[in-house]
Design a protein around this ligand. Sequence first.
Ligand code: MG
Length: 171
Amino acid sequence: MPTTNRRGPPTRIGYGFDSHEFRPGIPLKIGGITLQHGKGLGGHSDGDVLLHAITDALLGAIAAPDIGALFPPSDPKWRDADSVIFLREALKRVHDAGYAVANLDASLILAAPKIGPHAATIRERVAELLAIAGDCVGLKAKTPEGLNLENAAVAHVVVLLERTKPPRKKR
Ligand code: MG
């Protein structure tokens, strides 16, 4: 393998995907926001499909282990965990690697609830969590036309990182 530039490339791209199944009687968390809906997204943690995809995009951009490796569902520690914890760890690793988030773009695919009325709140929350401007967070919501995914929510995310400083020395 060629030797990696000590400072790493000036920009890096990351991609994340996640999906969760709807289950009745649990809160619906998307992008760190709780939405009023009769059912929520099941999973070991709080099931926040968007924050999971963002976390994996951040980790992927710096070639770090993915969310499942860092926070294994087999570990009872992460039962019902707030997914903000996962996002914060990924962001810390990005910063430690000498990068900052330039912008992020996300697509959510779900039949219900309608995301439109909540899109601004979700974008603001995601921007706040990533410490970037609101106009650096793109969010599109689609219904799963022809995909037979009425009981699932899917998120795709790309992020762009910019190098800010040399990576922190490994201890
Ligand atoms: Mg997940």
